[in-house]
Design a protein around this ligand. Sequence first.
Ligand code: GLY
Length: 359
Amino acid sequence: MNSRFSRRDFLKTGVTVGAATFSGRGRDLLAGTGQGTTAPAGSPRVVSSGNGLRAAEKAMEILNKGGDPLEAVVAGVNIVEDDPNDMSVGYGGLPNEDGVVELDASVMDGPTHTSGAVASIRNIKNPSKVAKLVMERTTHCLLVGKGALKFALAHGFKKENLLTDKAREAWLRWKEALSDRDNWLPAQIKKLPEDLQPVMMTHGTINCIAIDAHGRLAGVTTTSGLSWKIPGRIGDSPIIGAGLYVDNAVGAAGSTGLGEANIRTCASFQVVNFMGQGMSPEQACLKALETIAGKAKLWPQALKLVDADGRPGFGLNFYALNKKGEFGGATMWSGAKYAVHDGRKNELRECAFLYKTKN
Ligand code: GLY
C-alpha cells in the first residue's frame, strides 16, 4: 500500500468510503425482502439501524413495562452513544477536521407531534438526551453549537472529553496522509493495526423508532456525523424531515448514511408521506431512495456524488414503521442490515436495496 495519499486521491475516493463499492449493475425497486414477523399486530415494535440491536433490546424492555416510547428509544441509543467502540455516535465518535468531536441528534414524539434537536454540540456524551430536553423544556426545535452546550450545562450535563485515543489516532492518520505538500509525515502504516490504518471519510449514525401497544410512535437519530467534516458541518440527523420524521397518524422513519443527500430531499418526511399514500414501509423506503438517486443525477459533478454510470456513489439507508406495526428497511447499495425487535425476537434483517453491490 502506498504510505501516502495525495489530496487528489483523497477527493476522488472520499465520498464513497462508508458506502458500498458501486460497481454492480443497478436494479430498479427490488421486490420486497419477504421478511415477516411472528408477533401479533398491536404488540410493540422497535426498529433500528444495523448498529442498533442493543438499542432495540433496551427500548423493547421499557415498552414491555408500559414505558413511554420516546423514553424507550432514547434509553436504547444512549447505550451506543456511551460505547467508545462505536466510532459513529457519541463518545468515541470520529472528530471533525480539527480533531474535535461534534455531535448531532434529534427526537420526535408522535402523540404530541413535537420534536427537539441539537447540532454541532461538543463535550456532551448523550446529545439525544439534550435533544429530548429541547423538546420538553423549550419552545424551540433546534439548538446548535455553544448555545446547545450552554443549555445542556444548565440542565446539569457534565462536560466530557469525547475524543478517545482510538478516534484521535484515526484522525491523526487521516491528517498525516492528507497531503504530500505539508509538514506532516505519515506513520509507518504497515506496523499499524487494521483499525488505525488511514481511513477516508466515513459516516455512521444510529436511528431508533418504536411503536407501543397503544399505537404511540416515537423516534430518535444521533450521530457524530461525517468524519473529518469542516467544523460546524451539520448533517441530516438533527433535521426533522431528513434524519427523522414521525406522524402518529401514519408512521415513523429515520435514516443513516450521507446526510447531504438526505437533507436535499427531506427524505424521512417523504417515507412517512409515501406510507400515508398506502405504500408498505419497505416500498416507501425504496421509493425515497429512488427519488434521491434521480435527483443525484442533477447534482454537479464537482460534488462527486454519482459514479461514471450516473448512480449514487454514497451509502444511504432508511428504516420505517407504520401505525399497524409493519416495518421495513432499505439501502441504496445492497449489503446493509437493520435491527428489528418485534416483541418476540430481536434480530438483524437484510435491507431491501436499490442497487446491487458487486461482490
Ligand atoms: N447521517 C449522518 C450524517 O450525515 O451526518
